[in-house]
Design a protein around this ligand. Sequence first.
Ligand SMILES: N=c1c2ncn([C@@H]3O[C@H](COP(=O)(O)OP(=O)(O)OP(=O)(O)O)[C@@H](O)[C@H]3O)c2ncn1[C@@H]1O[C@H](COP(=O)(O)O)[C@@H](O)[C@H]1O
Length: 110
Amino acid sequence: MSQVLSELGKILEERKAADAEKSYVASLYRSGLNKILEKVGEEATETIIAAKDAKTNGNNEEVIYETADLWFHTLVMLSELGEGPEAVIAELERRFDLSGLEEKANRTKK
Ligand SMILES: N=c1c2ncn([C@@H]3O[C@H](COP(=O)(O)OP(=O)(O)OP(=O)(O)O)[C@@H](O)[C@H]3O)c2ncn1[C@@H]1O[C@H](COP(=O)(O)O)[C@@H](O)[C@H]1O
């Protein structure tokens, strides 16, 4: 797993005990799951807009920035639910040798 994701997962866990006045992540935990989900929604929308703009202007800088915001907020969401980035990495690893179509067919069988 990416060292950055792993380290960030640890920091997010540590921030559960941090002062919400001094830490953005702690302030999100204090606000609760609905606020975190609102941020995930906001960042997803901003990412979509940035991707459309990138296609038009040929510059990917903004879409990379917004995608980082989106990934970050989804990691905070998972952390709030007691999960870390390793769980998502493990799920992606599980899918490695499966074609997307096969994986989708397996999903509907569940
Ligand atoms: N990777 C990030 C990261 N990415 C984005 N953000 C914050 O996410 C917010 C993005 O939301 P917006 O763009 O909507 O900004 P905003 O208008 O201030 O947000 P709202 O007031 O609307 O909630 C900004 O405040 C960014 O600073 C992040 N904040 C923290 N991290 C990581 O988390 C660690 C812990 O952060 P703290 O808890 O703040 O110490 C940091 O060391 C970083 O590694």
